[in-house]
Ligand binder design. Structure first.
Ligand SMILES: Cc1ncc(COP(=O)(O)O)c(C=O)c1O
Length: 375
């Protein structure tokens, strides 16, 4: 069986975890966290990075940081992971889901504009498959209406928008280091802070609502409860593991890109014949080969292709069930405008196996199986 995903392992992770054990400091914000923060700053150009236990936790920090209150409205695509919405619903926000663009599966800027009201507090964009949303237009729209922009860049580390790394454009951004992501430590994440006015509180929120970070830096002689917060730190064992992945980010990137390009080239004929559609990457942007998807004619054809792949030893995966079609999604939000693409496009999308150690012959085999299905 060719699995859909295998977590990337570089090989030096255990050695680094051993070093973490020997430093006698396994709680967060110690040596390995600082090392990861520096690597993340280099990779993303963000102003500051805080390691968190997950991208979900980083999104919850965003909701606290921008002071989301009961009745505030947050605009986002319906085509996303539950955490994008859940983090804001937890603080009483009302979610306004909008449609995506079919080509990129990213939020539609014109639909955002239609969803803005005087209760809107923020726009959360998701760079699906590591391909950038239209950030210039989104930032301009947000500036006009005085809104926060949060980049859910869970999938988008090492991608760029017009030369700018993703995660460095919104006021805040979040990353995931879940084991399905390009760079991973089992479970992990980061909050990237680009608006300096949010930085001090970000540290307080991360440290259970206390000013412990200032205390550790020797700026104050004892720390106390200052604000709402929670335990949003990544432990040093995970940070030690992650530091290896971030150090070798280029190696992971180039292996994944080789596989991505092999799929892209190998499936071109099938696309030309009109049997499938492949991802479309806007010219000005680069992507990180996070995932390779194809789209079939409709949901039925997708199910049949997935069965065919499964029977022939290939594990493929569908992706998000649109949030506005889910039980909690309906409870905590509403779809604004028409669902032209969200449901239909998500139903015909299949993700193909793609991971750091995937072999060329496995990718070639998957391509062969897709052709054989369409024969
Ligand atoms: C767009 C998006 N946001 C958030 C998350 C949550 O990430 P984590 O598992 O690190 O909390 C995911 C996970 O797949 C995701 O795809």
């Amino acid at each position: 069986m060719i699995p859909f995903n295998k977590p990337a392992i570089i090989g030096e992770e255990l050695k680094m975890m051993e070093q973490a054990i020997n430093q006698d400091q396994l709680s967060g914000n110690n040596k390995f966290t600082k090392n990861c923060v520096q690597l993340l700053k280099n990779l993303t150009n963000c102003k500051e990075a805080l390691l968190t236990p997950s991208c979900t936790a980083a999104l919850e920090m965003c909701a606290l940081l921008i002071d989301v209150k009961d009745g505030d409205e947050i605009i986002m695509p319906s085509y996303t992971f539950v955490s994008t919405a859940n983090a804001f619903a937890l603080r009483g926000a009302h979610i306004r889901y909008v449609d995506i663009e079919a080509a990129t599966m990213n939020i539609s800027v014109s639909e955002i504009e239609r969803a803005i009201t005087n209760k809107t507090k923020a726009i959360v964009v998701v760079h699906y498959a590591g391909v950038a949303c239209d950030m210039d237009e989104i930032m301009a729209l947000a500036a006009t209406h005085d809104l926060w922009v949060i980049e859910d860049a869970a999938q988008a580390l090492q991608s760029s928008y017009k030369v700018r790394p993703l995660g460095s454009i919104g006021h805040l951004a979040t990353l995931s280091f879940h084991d399905t992501k390009n760079y991973q430590c089992g479970e992990g994440g980061a909050l990237l802070v680009n608006d300096p006015s949010l930085l001090e509180r970000a540290h307080i929120i991360q440290e259970k609502g206390t000013n412990r970070t200032a205390f550790r830096e020797g700026k104050i002689d004892k720390y106390t409860w200052r604000d709402l917060g929670s335990s949003y730190l990544l432990n040093e064992l995970s940070a030690a593991f992650l530091s290896v992945q971030l150090k070798h980010a280029d190696k992971i990137y180039s292996n994944r890109m080789k596989a991505w390009e092999l799929y892209d080239k190998g499936l071109t004929e099938l696309e030309k014949k009109g049997r499938i559609e492949k991802p479309s990457i806007p010219d000005a942007n680069t992507h990180n080969a996070h995932l390779f998807f194809i789209k079939t004619r409709d949901k039925r054809e997708r199910e049949k292709l997935m069965d065919h792949l499964q029977e022939n030893g290939v594990q493929a995966a569908s992706h998000y069930v649109p949030l506005h079609n889910s039980v909690a999604g309906k409870k905590f939000g509403i779809f604004i405008g028409r669902d032209n693409y969200t449901t239909t496009e998500s139903e015909r999308l299949i993700r193909l196996p793609l991971f750091y150690q995937i072999r060329e012959k496995d990718v070639t085999y998957v391509i062969h199986q897709i052709y054989s299905f369409f024969k």
